[in-house]
Ligand binder design. Structure first.
Ligand code: ATP
Ligand SMILES: Nc1ccn([C@H]2C[C@H](O)[C@@H](COP(=O)(O)O)O2)c(=O)n1
Ligand code: MG
Length: 207
């Protein structure tokens, strides 16, 4: 059982919840370079855990192959460690929260609420085409696993987007467009968020 609210730091975090193959990994380098966020992909952390030969490795590998969501306790421990080991105070957390359990557990363990939630809207047809053409040797880039991942996305991840949408926190981008156009839309959102933040700080300064 993880202790709650262990960390004294309260970094700014953004969640990035979108369908498999919608283009998150492709856009992250640009966001890191232009806006200074540290990109943390829950999927990458889980894959690294498999490679490291950890005791959970086989369980994680089997779940990823089946397109299932790994128990929150495991994923949050990895995210929390990555945040604590990093000196940055701005994190873009990709592929998380994937379901209601992920969301509620992260909140109760870290006490952190996302500033906003980035949502790449992309058709299933386009995402399937992209995943089948990805060619990065991922064990879940096969049509059987892809179909399972889409089902889990619809049933478990979309409700999380709806949850944040009701709180006015979702920034939606049409991700079906070419990479450059998607980045232009991303840039507009991050620039606005940056200006809003600067505005709040200057109000603090000149009350
Ligand atoms: N806007 C785009 N137009 C066409 N192809 C794209 C676009 N964005 C990404 N791709 C391609 O689609 C594939 C999947 O992209 P990427 O790995 O970035 O998706 P992802 O959202 O991170 O997926 P996952 O959730 O499975 O990690 C890659 O081969 C990438 O080159
Ligand atoms: N919060 C998460 C994130 C990812 N996973 C597992 C299940 C996913 O299908 C797989 C790949 O993730 P991706 O790289 O596509 O973001 O990793 C999870 O269980 N929980
Ligand atoms: Mg990815």
């Amino acid at each position: 059982q993880m202790e709650e609210h262990q960390s004294t730091r309260s970094p700014l975090s953004l969640f990035w919840v979108s369908g498999p193959g919608s283009g998150k990994g492709t856009q992250c380098a640009n966001i890191v370079e232009h806006f200074g966020y540290t990109h943390l992909s829950a999927g990458d952390l889980l894959r690294a855990e498999i490679k490291s030969g950890s005791e959970n490795g086989t369980m994680i590998q089997n779940m990823i192959k089946e397109g299932k969501i790994v128990p929150s306790e495991v994923t949050i421990k990895l995210l929390k460690r990555a945040i604590e080991e990093n000196g940055n105070d701005k994190f873009l957390i990709d592929g998380f929260p994937r379901n209601e359990e992920n969301r509620a557990a992260f909140e109760s363990v870290t006490g952190v609420q996302p500033e906003f939630v980035l949502f790449f809207d992309c058709s299933e047809e386009e995402m399937e085409k992209r995943l089948l053409g990805r060619n990065q040797g991922r064990e879940d880039d096969n049509i059987e696993t892809i179909r399972k991942r889409f089902k889990v996305y619809m049933e478990s991840s979309l409700p999380v987007i709806e949850y944040y949408s009701a709180k006015g926190k979702v920034k939606k981008i049409d991700a079906t467009r070419p990479v450059g156009e998607v980045f232009e839309a991303v840039k507009a959102i991050f620039t606005k968020a940056w200006l809003d933040e600067a505005c709040v700080s200057s109000l603090d300064f000149f009350p």
